[in-house]
Design a protein around this ligand. Structure first.
Ligand code: SF4
Length: 97
């Protein structure tokens, strides 16, 4: 793509629909719990995200250019590098994690 990325954004990462997204890592779960986005039972509670949207998010993954592995979109969504989601792509700040 030739369009310049917005300031502070290093990567445009495509979001891929999958049958079943990769499992959240234990660290990701802890992080989600610490910010109140997951309860003790492991149920996700993302602010401003409807149940329908969440269901869809659970069936998406990204090939993270920083972690260099496929991860669940939910994990990407709460990553501190996550800037925004536009047209099926994540605007990622790309800082080392
Ligand atoms: S926002 Fe985080 S998880 Fe998502 S692609 Fe960027 S570094 Fe990876």
């Amino acid at each position: 793509m030739s369009e310049p990325l917005p300031e502070g954004i290093k990567h445009l990462v495509t979001i891929n629909p999958v049958e079943k997204a990769p499992k959240l890592t234990d660290e990701a779960k802890k992080e989600l719990q610490s910010v109140g986005m997951m309860d003790e039972k492991g149920k996700l509670k993302l602010k401003g995200v409807s149940a329908k949207m969440l269901k869809r998010m659970k069936q998406e993954q990204v090939d993270c250019p920083v972690l260099k592995q496929e991860i669940a979109f939910v994990q990407c969504y709460v990553c501190r590098n996550f800037h925004s989601r536009v047209m099926g792509q994540v605007y990622c700040k790309g800082e080392p994690l």
